[in-house]
Design a protein around this ligand. Structure first.
Ligand SMILES: [Zn+2]
Length: 89
């Protein structure tokens, strides 16, 4: 059985899409989406829909680690990271 996949080089990542998993004030799943340039990821703050903080535990350590990791590995001369993503029909 053949499979269609998408291959995405880490260095091709320029925009990050963040999906809110929190609840709105009336208890509904928020589902807010924010797209930011990778370089702006560490400046991410509140969800535009529910106003909750999008940063895990209220600080930016994981966003900072992700942004720094992507930026560093994208420039690596020894190896290139590529994601293989199954394409669903
Ligand atoms: Zn939200």
């Amino acid at each position: 059985m053949s499979e269609t996949v998408l291959r995405l080089l880490l260095s091709e990542l320029t925009t990050v899409r963040v999906l809110c998993r929190q609840k709105t004030k009336d208890g509904q799943d928020c589902g807010g989406v924010v797209e930011v340039p990778l370089g702006q990821l560490i400046r991410l703050g509140a969800c535009p829909i529910c106003q909750n903080d999008l940063r895990h535990t209220g600080n930016d350590q994981f966003y900072r680690a992700l942004a720094n990791g992507i930026a560093g590995l994208s420039k690596d001369q020894a190896a290139a990271i590529e994601f293989v993503i199954p394409a669903k029909p």
